[in-house]
Design a protein around this ligand. Structure first.
Ligand code: AVI
Length: 313
């Protein structure tokens, strides 16, 4: 089941078809997140090999008091890619936001969570937004304009190519007043084996997450992808400093939809996701180029993951 409204369904269909018809076929990683995909992603976050979530969480556990000293209380907390809102909820007791704005492409997940939060925190205005923020976006007027803190955890910044990451951060900067800022988590460059294991877990949950994109496309575009004909491939590309996820055809096959088709030969791949890994200086430099300064950062003991708080300057 997909969670997009009719206008965004049409745009999504065009985007999917264009990606499938490219010489090197690709699908945007945003198409991982239908209801099943969001559930599978939550499961990924608990996998032993997927160190990102627990490492980031441990950084917050250890340094949240220190972080909150760099952030004025009150204001609006804007949670980009909020999912079940659990990560932001942990900040409430430290940051005391007046308004909380969870934003996610998967609206049903979001509305359930927002309802629960309203009951638990009646003094916080909860304003959920079902929105795709992977391209051009603008926050609506219901979002208060002053003291905006954008919360972007989970290394989701890594899912943008570097130019797009910069453009995305600039959009955030342009929607922050001078009291605003960003609290962002990003996965750092490390030994390839650790990275490869994180995206090739032994339970096969990441493989299911990747393959589910084809079910989502069948649902949205009416393609006839047969999942048994495809396999999950993920590896660290050291030159580009990114994990690449692909779906690889196990045999020659043809995918059909409407009056269109795409032939794949055995071994041909659809690129489904890149997950860039930064060094800490690269990450700080990216934020500075986007217009954020006065950065404070916190990492784990192994320097696997970083959380950065930076101000709009
Ligand atoms: C959401 N994003 C940061 C995850 C990542 O690690 O790039 C998505 C993911 N893909 C496979 N496993 C997790």
């Amino acid at each position: 089941m997909s969670e997009l409204n009719s206008t965004s369904t049409e745009t999504a269909q065009q985007e999917m078809a264009a990606g499938l018809l490219r010489d090197h076929a690709s699908i945007s990683p945003k198409f991982f997140y239908n209801r099943l995909g969001s559930t599978l992603f939550e499961a990924i976050c608990s996998l032993p090999e997927y160190y990102l979530t627990r490492t980031e969480s441990a950084i917050f556990d250890r340094h949240l008091n220190d972080m909150s000293r760099t952030i004025a209380p009150g204001g609006t907390l804007i949670d980009l890619g909020a999912g079940n809102c659990a990560k932001a909820e942990r900040l409430f007791a430290h940051l005391h936001p007046d308004q909380y704005v969870p934003v996610d492409i998967s609206a049903s997940h979001l509305n359930d969570a927002a309802q629960r939060l309203r009951q638990r925190y009646p003094h916080i205005e909860v304003t959920p937004l079902g929105m795709d923020f992977s391209g051009q976006w603008q926050l609506p007027d219901q979002v208060r304009a002053d003291h905006r803190l954008f919360f972007y955890p989970g290394s989701s910044i890594g899912n943008f190519d570097p130019d797009a990451a910069l453009a995305f951060l600039k959009q955030i900067r342009n929607q922050s007043d001078t009291h605003g800022g960003i609290l962002i988590g990003a996965d750092l460059v490390k030994e390839s084996a650790v990275l490869n294991d994180a995206y090739n877990d032994s339970l096969g949950v990441t493989a299911a997450f990747n393959l589910n994109a084809l079910l989502h496309i069948n649902d949205l575009l009416g393609t006839d992808f047969d999942l048994t004909q495809w396999k999950h491939v993920a590896f660290f590309n050291q030159i580009k400093s990114r994990i690449e996820m692909h779906l690889e055809a196990r045999m020659d096959l043809t995918v059909k939809w409407d009056n269109q088709h795409r032939h794949f030969i055995r071994g041909e791949r659809i690129h489904t996701e890149s997950s860039y890994k930064y060094t800490l200086p690269q990450l700080l430099n990216l934020l500075e180029t986007a217009g954020f300064g006065c950065a404070h950062h916190w990492t784990d003991d192994a320097n696997w993951f970083a959380v950065v708080r930076a101000s709009a300057i």
